[in-house]
Design a protein around this ligand. Structure first.
Ligand code: C2G
Length: 131
């Protein structure tokens, strides 16, 4: 049983998110998705989510590739999460390339996957504001 983990906000869930979750699951048998809480998003990423953590959690849980959704409350938890959830592979989009290589020290394979171009939550909001 190869266990994969990935992190994100997943606000205004879109096909770019689905693409990375599908590819992350293809790297193993079990996918843990760590979704940023509202407080973490606001305090650490200056992101104001449209959907609350509970709403974003429910949507991510509904995705066929996802096996478990847990909260992300701080930047530091990755080092312990990979042991807590017995992770083999850590996956992020390549906008994070290099940022989490330290997790290899914890015996985890670190994989950065190409982002889906042209789509982002910011782009969706911008386009909707134009209408
Ligand atoms: N993503 C993607 N293609 C897009 C948009 C997003 O592949 N067009 C990927 C990102 O690279 C990331 C995941 O989808 O791996 C979630 O993206 P966000 O919800 O924007 O998450 P982010 O704000 O990057 O938070 O501790 C890590 C952070 O929680 C990551």
């Amino acid at each position: 049983m190869k266990r994969v983990i990935t992190y994100g906000t997943f606000d205004l869930l879109h096909y770019g998110h689905i693409n990375i979750l599908r590819r992350a699951k293809e790297l193993g048998d079990y996918l843990v998705v760590v979704v940023s809480t509202d407080e973490f998003n606001w305090n650490e990423k200056q992101k104001k989510c449209y959907f609350s953590y509970e709403q974003r959690k429910a949507m991510v849980e509904a995705i066929r590739y996802v096996d478990l959704v847990v909260p992300e409350t701080n930047w530091e938890q990755k080092r312990t999460d990979v042991h807590k959830y017995d992770i083999d592979v850590f996956v992020m989009g390549d906008d994070w390339k290099g940022k989490f290589d330290f997790l290899e020290e914890e015996g985890v394979e670190v994989v950065y996957l190409p982002r889906t171009p042209e789509i982002s939550t910011t782009q969706i909001k911008t386009d909707l504001n134009k209408k």
